[in-house]
Design a protein around this ligand. Structure first.
Ligand SMILES: [Zn+2]
Length: 162
């Protein structure tokens, strides 16, 4: 079940998504697309509340975001790892939307704990490397669960598309 909230903040529309993007997401994303149709204001979509995505959901997502991001400015923030993994498989997932921030998966080998940090795309260094924090429990450096080069591949797609 995917829920959303929508509000106008100054001249932008801010949307928050909560729940799973799966085969049941068609009704809420369809409703949202109809509500947004014909407008011009930039749209910000907070994806941080998305709890899971599957391949059926990604198709529905692409049908929602594709037309929307071609007709107006769309910014995606707090993108969950699962969304970025799909985005790295096909550029249809992000379409023409701009990604402003994503979660990045880390783990502590000593504590066997996984965690995620929020990374602003604009804050990535020129080499695309992250500054990885230490484990909050044991103080050792956390380890990346994925390499930046592959995780941020979606940014390269976008450069190529422009
Ligand atoms: Zn630790």
């Amino acid at each position: 079940m995917l829920d959303y909230s929508r509000k106008s903040v100054k001249d932008r529309i801010e949307i928050e998504l909560r729940g799973r993007v799966d085969e049941h997401a068609a009704s809420s994303l369809g409703e949202l697309a109809r509500a947004l149709a014909g407008g011009e204001a930039p749209v910000g979509i907070d994806c941080g509340g998305i709890t899971g995505i599957n391949s059926a959901g990604v198709e529905i997502w692409a049908r929602f975001l594709g037309p929307l991001s071609r007709e107006r400015v769309v910014e995606l923030s707090r993108c969950p790892v699962a969304l970025i993994e799909y985005a790295n498989m096909t550029e249809l997932v992000l379409a023409d939307a701009e990604v402003t921030s994503v979660f990045f998966p880390l783990q502590c080998a000593a504590c066997h704990v996984s965690s995620e940090i929020l990374v602003g795309v604009a804050d990535l260094g020129a080499d695309g490397r992250l500054v990885v924090p230490n484990c909050s429990q044991c103080g050792r450096p956390l380890e990346r669960e994925v390499e930046e080069e592959s995780y941020f591949a979606f940014l390269e797609f976008r450069d190529g598309a422009d």
